[in-house]
Design a protein around this ligand. Structure first.
Ligand code: NI
Length: 180
């Protein structure tokens, strides 16, 4: 396991559709483990493979005591509406209110390659939708109104100077809550 560099906004991989996983291999399980470690180092609640430079359909989420590595996740049911102020580990210091479904059911493969279904509401639902968006090359910014997006990008213009290589390097235990 390793803490991996996180790609930040501007990296083309964040805008690409990811490749489905055909088989959950040891290499992909190790990648998932490193993604958990990276997410925890950043105090995040979710992380998608493109954020660590891999264009594969894999994300990890950890909300309260529930942690999942999800391969090929897809939303198969949703209900209700909720607004949540979201951030993203790939867009540090930028936040925005996004409307999402309040409850979702997701189908995926687990780390053994078995079909699983899980459901979540509130933060877990928001997190699942945010991470699955990443696998389609979509970011929370895309859910903001034109003006809100422009304001968010203005904040990012200043922030991005901290990441001249387009990578965010983490040390264990930073201190930002609930970035996805
Ligand atoms: Ni994100």
């Amino acid at each position: 396991m390793a803490i991996l560099p996180i790609t930040v906004l501007g990296a083309p991989i964040l805008r690409q559709e990811t490749k489905p996983v055909t088989e959950v291999t040891d290499e992909l399980r190790a990648l998932a483990d490193s993604m958990f470690e990276t997410m925890r180092a950043a105090d995040g609640v979710g992380l998608a493979a493109p954020q660590v430079g891999r264009s594969v359909r894999l994300c990890v989420v950890e909300v309260k005591d529930e942690a999942f590595a999800l391969f090929n996740p897809e939303i198969i049911a949703r209900d209700g509406k909720i607004r949540w102020e979201e951030g993203c580990l790939s867009i540090p210091e930028v936040f925005g209110w996004v409307e999402r479904s309040k409850w979702v059911k997701v189908r995926a493969l687990d780390r053994e390659g078995e079909d699983i279904e899980l459901e979540g509401s509130d933060l877990l639902a928001v997190c699942l939708q945010h991470e699955i968006d990443h696998l389609d090359g979509k970011l929370f910014l895309d859910h903001l109104s034109f003006l809100k997006k422009r304001a968010a990008l203005a904040v990012w213009e200043e922030e991005r100077e901290k990441y001249p290589d387009g990578l965010r390097l983490l040390v264990p235990a930073k201190g930002v809550d609930e970035e996805l």
